[in-house]
Design a protein around this ligand. Structure first.
Ligand SMILES: [Ca+2]
Length: 395
């Protein structure tokens, strides 16, 4: 009898969570079949859900921000897509424009992209920026290294700008640059390079589009890269078959993870392995926007499948794996910012299978999420008038 009672309670609890979840989803453009799929996903996950509480403070406002990075002193570098780099001081909430940013190709999904700080910034003052540029054949992303001169507080500027990487080849169109940048604890530089909406380059080893690349801090390929002996841009490649990978992060075990936008359906969180092929455009758990089907991952086991995928999509725009202490329930979990989902999606990457455990419904397209030095969390909204938000534990 006790057993029956427990089962009955679980069913009621699951139904309650399903209903609760439906209320959290974005109201528009949700077809009933999609809603059913989502409820099915969440119903199976119901027992794993967490409810980490938080509070939100609006800190500043930006125009189409894309990325942010903390300096060792706690100030924040923030890029805006039209080509502006700003320095934000959380203590005074003052914003200062940084001079000397190269001209960017703004349009479509392109413009000024990511900004990261070299691990030895305190000594070398190096920051790295990615952006779209025009050139022969169309557009492509580049990464530059620059010295950030903060000696004049009112006129910070970039000096000694050196181009260290570019997408090959440049192509027509203004989408899927991806161009997220990340340093690992060995000082190696990782770049996510999207397939530029051209599909087949993701499988072409003579192109670095649709790849995750691994470089030395000066932009040269690393000697123990899986295809180093083949030379050219092939030497840069760490993994292939990616579509529009917009988030890169290492977990506590130094495992690299990447989130990428799927086509119509099939957003992915992938565990990135040396030399692995993630299958795009041969396989995807989504289909082409024109309705043409793409075989699912299960049909081609030679390609590495995502650890978790989403249909309906969440539109993942960045990834962090929380290592702080202010939000105990998020420790070692992936936080994925979402555009169409207007949310931060929390994923348990240690569980088998990997699963979504919480969704922070923020009501705005979210462009980036990043951990601050003190363990609080910076969140950047998307588009014009976007806020920089600070997430702290609920008091
Ligand atoms: Ca498919």
């Amino acid at each position: 009898m006790n057993h029956k009672l427990t089962v009955f309670s679980l069913v009621i609890a699951s139904l309650g969570m399903m209903a609760c979840y439906a209320n959290e989803t974005t109201p528009s453009k949700q077809s009933s079949s999609n809603a059913t799929a989502q409820q099915t996903n969440l119903a199976s996950n119901a027992s794993h859900r967490i409810e980490q509480t938080y509070q939100i403070e609006k800190m500043a406002q930006f125009n189409e921000p894309w990325a942010m990075s903390s300096l060792p002193n706690g100030k924040l570098l923030v890029t805006e897509r039209k080509g502006t780099l700003r320095l934000f001081d959380p203590a005074t909430k003052k914003l200062t424009r940084i001079e000397g940013v190269p001209t960017v190709a703004y349009g479509g999904q392109g413009g000024l992209g990511d900004v990261v700080v070299h691990p030895d910034f305190a000594q070398n003052r190096w920051v790295y920026l990615s952006y779209a540029e025009k050139g022969q054949g169309g557009t492509g992303a580049v990464v530059v290294r620059a010295e950030l001169d903060l000696s004049q507080a009112k006129k910070p500027q970039l000096r000694n700008i050196k181009r260290i990487w570019e997408q090959v080849p440049k192509v027509e169109g203004e989408g899927h640059y991806s161009h997220r940048i990340l340093f690992d604890d060995q000082g190696k530089l990782w770049i996510s390079s999207g397939e530029r909406q051209q599909f087949t380059p993701a499988q072409d080893m003579k192109s670095n589009l649709g790849k995750i690349v691994r470089l030395n801090a000066d932009g040269t390929p690393v000697q123990d890269n899986p295809f180093y002996q083949q030379g050219g841009v092939t030497a840069q490649i760490w993994s292939l078959g990616h579509r529009n990978p917009l988030g890169l992060a290492f977990d506590a075990n130094k495992q690299l993870w990447v989130v990428e936008m799927g086509p119509k359906g099939g957003d992915e969180l992938n565990r990135v392995e040396k030399g692995a092929n993630y299958g795009y455009p041969q396989v995807s758990n989504g289909d082409h926007y024109d309705g043409k089907p793409i075989p699912d991952h299960a049909t081609r086991p030679e390609f590495k499948a995502p650890e978790i995928h989403w249909t309906p999509v969440i539109s993942p725009s960045s990834l962090m794996i929380y290592q702080g202490n202010q939000f105990p329930q998020w420790k070692n979990k992936a936080l994925i910012s979402g555009l169409s989902s207007k949310a931060i999606v929390v994923v348990d990457i240690e569980s088998q299978p990997v699963q979504e455990v919480q969704r922070l419904d923020l009501g705005k397209r979210i462009r980036a999420v990043q951990q601050a030095q003190d363990g609080s969390i910076w969140v950047l909204e998307d588009e014009a008038g976007a806020h920089l938000l600070k997430l702290t534990p609920k008091t």
